[in-house]
Design a protein around this ligand. Structure first.
Ligand SMILES: *[C@@H]1O[C@H](CO)[C@@H](O)[C@H](O)[C@H]1NC(C)=O
Length: 139
């Protein structure tokens, strides 16, 4: 009789650890992201919900969204001209997370994508990162 109880407990613990942890952006970063985000929506003609589809990650892959994402990351000084992320500046966003090691691992695995241009590069890296990193960002 005791065995199913133990099994159930183990599965619950594993399940809880596997689900991504919510992480709210620090207020100062969130403010800047919102500011740059609305500027980038104007500049790139991306849909009005482009920012709320970026954080948390639900951005579909198309040229308009890729250009918006490039503009957003560039405006926050997170990427270089090729669309590759700066590790120090990016990891600074996750400084308060207790999953920093897993996040850094996802960053390293994702920040080397070969895409046809800088817009697709930033999209592919971000998409890979949010699929691997054990966190869900919110604004
Ligand atoms: C994800 O984005 C699509 C548009 O690309 C939208 O229809 C859908 O409601 C979004 N889902 C969430 C959870 O925001």
């Amino acid at each position: 009789m005791i065995y199913p109880v133990i099994l159930f407990t183990v599965l619950c613990v594993l399940g809880a650890n596997a689900s991504p942890a919510p992480l709210k952006l620090p207020a100062q970063i969130a403010e800047k992201v919102k500011q740059v985000g609305s500027q980038c929506i104007k500049e790139t003609g991306a849909p009005a919900d482009a920012l709320s589809n970026t954080i948390p990650w639900n951005l579909s892959e198309n040229e308009g969204n890729e250009k918006f994402l490039f503009c957003l990351c560039k405006g926050n000084n997170l990427i270089n001209d090729e669309g590759l992320f700066d590790q120090g500046k990016t990891m600074n966003i996750f400084a308060s997370s207790d999953k920093k090691d897993d996040i850094a691992k996802a960053f390293t695995e994702c920040n080397a994508q070969n895409a046809k241009d800088k817009y697709e590069t930033v999209y592919k890296i971000t998409d890979c990162f949010f699929k691997k990193a054990p966190i869900v960002l919110s604004l």
